[in-house]
Design a protein around this ligand. Sequence first.
Ligand code: ADP
Length: 397
Amino acid sequence: MSELVLVINAGSSSIKFSLFETGAADPVLLFKGLADGIYVDPKFVAKDADDNKLVSESMPADMPKNHDSALRHMLAWLNSRIEGRTIAAIGHRVVHGGLSFCQPVRITEEVLKGLDETIALAPLHAPHNIMPMRVLAQLLPTVPQVACFDTAFHRTQPEIEQQYALPYEFTEKHGIRRYGFHGLSYEFIASVLPAIDAKAAAGRTVVAHLGNGSSMAALLNGHCQATTMGFTALEGLPMGTRCGTIDPALILHFMSHLKMDASQIEELIYKQSGLLGMSGISSDMRDLHASKDPHAKFAVDYFAHRVVREAASLAAAMQGFDALVFTAGIGENDDIARATVCNELRWLGVEIDEVANAKRSGEARCISLPGSRVPVYIIPTNEELMIARHALKCVAA
Ligand code: ADP
């Protein structure tokens, strides 16, 4: 009988899960879902692999409103569905691996201690990523757990890309460096690209992971050469609500002239900026396209323009590029943003096929004209599958 792999992606108020079945060449998705509104009004939703809703319910009122209860509720639902089959491994998405974790790792007490040390690097995410590991170790003590890091894929960047122009003691003593994020997404794209375009996979590809969180990476023969995010997931492109790169001295200005404190600045740059802040309407591209407000159009154009700037910069880091890949919510679905980006990159040899670009599909596909020097692809990402693959491999080892 096939075994199962559970993938957990835990955030501050939600826990997403995916359950995969093993046996085929690649794990196959069975169920996915989430518990969200954890501290306010916890709800649980589960779907099958075709996105059909199987359950959508409030969690029992007598359960404490916390992550622990949400995990118990999720496991109880999964147990009712897996008909006596066993979970062979649990893979966790972990945003930050710090300097210590450069690849997926089996979770032990010692690893948990090491993970606790990364909390200082990612205080907004790391505690929520780590906590379910301890809860699941109690609830399912015999099931091996594996931590998979969003930063790991970027550790192959040349040193020159990983450093800031700060005194070396900051790098060495305090771990201040450009870590990069969305690594599991880039790793997934690198894993499927050879079957789509073997030449690009062996060469230089710029990948644009454009979603609510957005970043881009330069892949040389499948390995990261450069990326737009840095010490935190704030650097680089503007995002749904994050500002992306701003003049760092602005933070000093906010403090000294606008008398803002750290929590106000954090709220501003993480939650009130980006597409939402610029448009004053929404962090969601769909709302901005639907709006007639000129601020909405400006926000979309600004976003696309920054993607163009970063694409050229990443291409420079590889002395050119042989392919451009769009992925994630905006990259996979927003033909307007893709067309704007590609048209601004025409001078670098990008020629988009407007008809192919406008076509809707969930499949990986080429959207450039046959004569385009740089082929352009949409490749749906699958970070959960990447985690399931890693969890199985790590446990087998
Ligand atoms: P996350 O970074 O949270 O994983 P996603 O990759 O799922 O986010 O991207 C979500 C974003 O994708 C939405 O906020 C929206 O801007 C964009 N998006 C999703 N669907 C569409 C669509 N059909 N057209 C344009 N943009 C879309």
